[in-house]
Design a protein around this ligand. Sequence first.
Ligand code: GDP
Length: 309
Amino acid sequence: MKSVVLTGGVGGAKLVLGLIHALPAADVTAIVNSADDFRHFGLAISPDIDTLLYTLSGKANAAQGWGREGESWAFMEALRSLGGEDWFALGDGDLALHVLRTARLAAGESLSAITADFARKWGIGARILPMSDDIVATQLVTDEGRLDFQRYFVERRCQPVVRSVEFAGAATARPAPCVVEALLSPETDAILIAPSNPFLSVDPLLAIPAIREALRQASAPIVAVSPIPGGQAVKGPTAKLMRELGLEVNAAAIARHYQGIADALLLDDRDPPADIHMPYARTDTLMQTLDDRVRVARAALALAASVAP
Ligand code: GDP
């Protein structure tokens, strides 16, 4: 079964890791949010793509939830001693990725080509595609004014109250090469929407008109995995954001959000039976171990097969 996953960072990377153990890795394509990408000290940083690269190559720091395992911090210490801004932590190994990506972008390579090369160098068999090589930037309209994504997410630790979310540049952004082809390929058996933050990690992809249109045309069934098992976020601001946007924090609200895009929803065993107006299945979607990740991936693929035309 060939599958394509729309994903953000941590929650999505868990599902993609499960998929590459449930299927041959070469049959898995991840289309990754790049609207969290930003420039910091002149460096091009792609947090969600990097989370995928670290997770799928076995380098992720699972306990911390971001960055690399066994990281050293000499750069940050030197930076701090010089009075540099330290709200965004850059480990020494992580820094190498950003320095190289920045240099290669400056030399005219595309984000998608650089990402594919990094994945190959680290022995990742799955295909990792940024959603776009064009710049799309998530911005939050908050009670403290408009904030760039990383300022809101990392520096302000998601504390400002969010009124709305915007994706600057999305309306004119083109999907990266192979994105639309992967979604429309007759060989694609399932399109999964990972349990990533729907409003911050998945909506940027859906805001690119050609991606939304490809999802509408795709013949493969589209299955979303709920990112709020039992109405609670495993990590991050999903639940807080839903409340601030005036939504109920439950699987039914996730179903409504993906109505017209997803064909089916994978719910968590903890979710109460709800009025969900699309086909659904249930499993324990909390992915703590590798076995959990594989089980959730298989459940999502099985649900896709069951609703396939
Ligand atoms: P970010 O880019 O690092 O914010 O990561 P994502 O957007 O991919 O993930 C954040 C969302 O993933 C939150 O809504 C979490 O509740 C959800 N999430 C994280 N781990 C799991 C898990 O094991 N199971 C499920 N169902 N959702 C998860």
